[in-house]
Write a protein that binds this ligand. Structure first.
Ligand code: PLP
Length: 389
């Protein structure tokens, strides 16, 4: 038997494919294209190919490094930088991406210079502020900015977008999405039919886009940029599971390195921990387990450098008690399975923890399945292939 490394992140590319196919088809019926957002995967070419095989229309990421990874792997599809470019990166941006999402005229002017130098056309989407107070041009200033953008050489304005629910938790709804449609119409009244893309937002838009009865009018919104929902099968506003989607595309595995019966309460003078907080007494922090006396405690070789302990979903019958940089401590008193030193424990993760585990160089990414993407490319993935790290 092959000994797989621990910890590890097992990625089921067939589930990744299925989710993209399911959600992509539902949105396509509403006239909405999907930009698959790869940032949580660090621009994983395997995941990108699974999405593209499922009909996802293009890829988006916020970091140029991830486009370098995707380009090096010869992934071919339109690529959008969905964070406004750094002035210091305009050359990389025009050479690595087809489109960038922008809010600063100075940046677009510099993109224009860079694109001219490289003799390419660079597409620009202008982001509009609709209340969440992260990126976006204030609506009143949009026409003025656009009139200047339209004059720039080697820049092609293709549309507008907005982003909600990321800073202030403002939910995408009929009202703010209708406002975006009105803005698209009004720009066209002034400038003619130039707004071909209206990118309504991220996974938080799905409640609105899919509606309760599937009959809601989505107006002029014809694109969404989706990461979390494709990867984890849920929508982020209420973390409801999306119909027909897998929530188990990613499984984190960690190994038990100490197993012992220990008192549930510490002894000695209590001050701050390495991570600054004064620890609550074990058991009381979860509300559902008050121990008297002793518990069966397992330590796993994984920690805050690899995962977000608040975002880990442990197996039934176990409780996460604490985590430090390299140790995750579980109460396994009521775990039904057989646990020994060396036993592997499987976890599901929320987006925050997934992001960290994908980013940790200590966690190999093991790709399983992927026959659909292989068909598209005429190449097969190995049953077990480690990611670039
Ligand atoms: C991260 C990001 C997305 C994707 O968000 P999800 O919630 O993962 O779908 C979309 N748009 C922008 C601008 C982003 O930064």
């Amino acid at each position: 038997m092959i000994q797989l490394p621990a910890p590890r992140l097992e990625i089921d590319l067939d589930k990744v494919f299925h989710n993209a196919l399911t959600l992509g088809n539902r949105l396509r019926k509403k006239g909405i294209s999907v930009t698959g957002v790869t940032k949580a995967t660090l621009g994983s070419p395997e995941i990108a190919e699974a999405w593209l095989a499922a009909g996802i229309d293009g890829l988006g990421d916020s970091r140029t490094e991830n486009f370098t990874t995707l380009r090096a792997a010869k992934v071919r599809t339109p690529m959008s930088l969905i964070r406004t470019p750094m002035l210091s990166q305009v050359d990389q941006v025009v050479n690595l991406t087809n489109v960038s999402f922008n809010t600063e005229l100075e940046v677009i002017q510099r993109l224009s210079v860079a694109a001219k130098k490289s003799d390419i056309m660079h597409e620009v989407i202008l982001m509009v502020e609709l209340g969440d107070l992260r990126e976006g041009i204030m609506p009143a200033l949009l026409e003025k900015t656009l009139s200047k953008v339209l004059k720039l050489p080697n820049i092609l304005f293709t549309g507008i977008g907005t982003n909600l629910a990321c800073r202030s938790g403002v939910s995408p709804d009929c009202k703010n999405m209708a406002a975006l449609s009105v803005i698209a119409d009004s720009l066209e009244t002034t400038f003619g039919p130039i707004v071909s893309v209206v990118s309504g937002g991220n996974s938080a838009n799905l409640d609105w886009a899919l509606g309760k009865n599937g009959e809601e009018n989505t107006g002029r919104i014809n694109n969404l940029r989706l990461g979390e929902s494709l990867l984890l099968g849920c929508e982020p506003l209420h973390r409801k599971i999306l119909q027909g989607m897998f929530t188990t595309s990613f499984t984190l595995i960690a190994e038990v390195i100490e197993l012992s019966i220990k008192p549930s309460e510490p002894w000695g003078e209590i001050a701050q921990c390495a991570f600054g907080d004064i620890p609550e007494q074990s058991g009381t922090n979860t509300g559902n387990s008050v121990h008297n006396g002793s518990i069966k405690q397992a330590i796993l070789a994984i920690g805050r450098q690899d995962i977000d302990p608040e975002g880990l979903i442990p197996p039934l019958g176990t409780i996460i008690l604490s985590a430090s940089s390299d140790h995750l401590i579980l109460d396994v008193t009521h775990y039904r399975g057989n646990i020994l030193v060396g036993t592997e424990i499987a976890f599901q993760q929320n987006y925050s923890s997934l992001l960290r585990s994908m980013t940790s160089p200590f966690i190999p990414k093991i790709m399983n399945g992927g026959s659909e993407s292989a068909k598209r490319n005429g190449v097969g993935y190995h049953q077990l292939s480690s990611s670039p790290s």
